[in-house]
Design a protein around this ligand. Structure first.
Ligand SMILES: NC(=O)c1ccc[n+]([C@@H]2O[C@H](COP(=O)([O-])OP(=O)(O)OC[C@H]3O[C@@H](n4cnc5c(N)ncnc54)[C@H](OP(=O)(O)O)[C@@H]3O)[C@@H](O)[C@H]2O)c1
Length: 197
């Protein structure tokens, strides 16, 4: 089972939870600070679920390198973009329906003013469980909570699924000697678990 620093189970739980409650096909999804382990995995999972994914970084070069690596490995079309301040972040969010923040712990990336009145955003989701949260104006326990007309998810909103997923992966490792859990297998299991709830 590969789950360095919880990256596979965190990304898989977030996107499986989201996908069970919100149609992802054809949606434009922006992953702010998506170059880390959680963001890259969430980007791939969203794209596999049919979303058009933009992955941002403070540096366009870093976003491009991460997108190229994921696109080559998984045959996807992730788009890189720079989001280094409120102006560039707002530009990335144009026409987006979903925004996900996967920045380093304790980092606010999305101020309320950039999402509360946004004309196309439907969903905001934050992976950061260390205050201040990555998205201002949401609560860490939010699980599809409507705020300003958008569905909001905080890190603990899918934290229960993440823990269940970790435990289930570990338990299944004892069921057969040839089981392997990397991101695709962890995501498939997360989707199964969320459907059973
Ligand atoms: N609930 C859980 O069990 C769990 C498990 C794992 C992770 N998490 C949370 O998920 C989030 C993502 O985790 P991760 O390990 O993927 O994150 P990470 O690698 O620490 O950081 C992700 C990205 O944040 C950006 N960043 C770093 N410092 C920044 C700064 N000062 N200003 C703006 N952007 C900055 C970097 O992107 P650029 O340099 O490209 O801009 C980096 O690639 C974290 O908040 C983490 O706490 C939760």
């Amino acid at each position: 089972m590969l789950d360095s620093n919880g990256s596979n189970t965190t990304a898989a739980a977030a996107i499986a939870q989201l996908g069970a409650e919100v149609p992802l096909l054809g949606k434009r999804a922006v992953i702010l600070a998506g170059t880390g382990p959680v963001g890259q995995r969430a980007a791939v999972m969203l794209a596999k679920a049919g979303a058009q994914v933009v992955m941002t970084s403070r540096s366009l070069a870093r976003a491009s390198a991460a997108c190229q690596a994921m696109n080559a490995r998984f045959d996807l079309a992730l788009q890189p973009a720079e989001a280094s301040d409120p102006t560039t972040t707002a530009a990335c969010l144009a026409e987006a329906q979903i925004v996900i923040t996967t920045g380093a712990a304790g980092l606010e990336l999305l101020p309320l003013a950039l999402w509360a009145d946004h004309p196309t955003l439907e969903v905001v989701l934050d992976a950061n469980a260390t205050p201040p949260l990555g998205i201002s104006g949401i609560k860490i326990q939010d699980r599809g909570t409507l705020r300003h007309g958008k569905r909001c998810y905080g890190a603990l909103g899918f934290g229960g699924l993440k823990l269940e997923l970790q435990r289930t992966c570990v338990a299944q490792l004892f069921e057969a000697n040839d089981r392997v859990f990397d991101a695709p297998e962890v995501f498939a299991l997360a989707c199964e678990l969320v459907q059973r709830r």
